[in-house]
Design a protein around this ligand. Structure first.
Ligand SMILES: N[C@@H]1[C@@H](O)[C@H](O)[C@@H](COP(=O)(O)O)O[C@@H]1O
Length: 251
């Protein structure tokens, strides 16, 4: 089931998302959080860091698992998702280093890295709250269209469109990795709660398809309709393709 919460703008969306995480941690300080990268959650991490400085929460007992990581990029490379997470969140809060997990895309044995990630998630007890964004082709994590819904952590070849969309972070398109490790759709579906953030007019058509379209592997995010606890926080731009009656007003 999809619950929609409306934000006026990106700033409010980010703050609303941060409040969800802070509330989760206040009920369960040892929560297992699933985290995402991309442009959309940058504001969420900023809001979390600000709230952390006000001592509103602690991650000392929490564990985190990121959705995905590029293959062949070292964690110290500024385009790796490990670097992104350190820069935007981990280096500024009290999450123990050993409690932060990302798939290891810099190893000769990528299959073993996927298996290890699965084991780590399982031994942490599964993910309580998974934050996700959505790609322009409906991908979640790096699960591109036609990824089987039952897929778990695996290596993917990135869509040309995804590489183009992410080229803005790299010197040129050729520098964008061709492969990534991503949690599978099954992992996302197994998380107890999902928080999907959708910002900006460029995502309006994707959100429209998610809300009104069928559940199909051609549009990976569509499976979220079968998850029992999904909250979508979307700003006005992203909501511009929906009928007002299809979402409730935020506070
Ligand atoms: N792997 C990430 C996804 O996890 C993210 O949701 C998507 C959208 O990113 P953005 O938020 O920058 O639009 O991009 C990348 O491909």
């Amino acid at each position: 089931m999809l619950t929609m919460e409306k934000a006026q703008d990106y700033k409010e969306l980010s703050q609303m998302a941060a409040e969800k995480i802070i509330t989760k941690l206040s009920h369960k300080p040892e929560a297992v959080l699933g985290l995402a990268t991309g442009s959309t959650p940058v504001g969420l991490y900023e809001a979390l860091v600000a709230a952390y400085k006000e001592k509103r929460f602690s991650l000392a007992k929490a564990t985190t698992f990121n959705l995905d990581e590029y293959v062949g990029i070292h964690p110290s490379d500024e385009n790796s998702y490990a670097y992104y997470m350190n820069q935007h969140l981990f280096s500024q809060v009290d999450l123990p280093e050993t409690a932060a997990h990302l798939p290891n895309g810099e190893t000769a044995n990528l299959e073993a890295a996927c298996t290890k990630y699965e084991q780590q998630i399982a031994s942490a007890g599964g993910i309580d709250l998974q934050v996700i964004g959505i790609g322009l082709n409906g991908h979640i994590g790096f699960n591109e269209p036609y990824t089987p819904f039952e897929q778990r952590t695996h290596v993917v070849e990135l869509d040309k469109t995804t590489r183009e969309a992410n080229a803005r972070f790299f010197p040129n398109l050729e520098a964008v990795p061709t492969h990534a490790i991503t949690m599978g759709i099954q992992n996302i579906m197994e998380s107890k709660e999902v928080l999907l953030l959708v910002a900006g007019e460029q995502k309006a058509a994707v959100l429209e398809r998610l809300v009104y379209g069928d559940v199909t592997e051609a549009f990976p995010a569509s499976i979220l309709k079968e998850h029992p606890n999904v909250t979508i926080i979307a700003d006005q731009g992203a909501l511009s393709g929906l009928k007002a009656a299809d979402y409730q007003a935020g506070d």
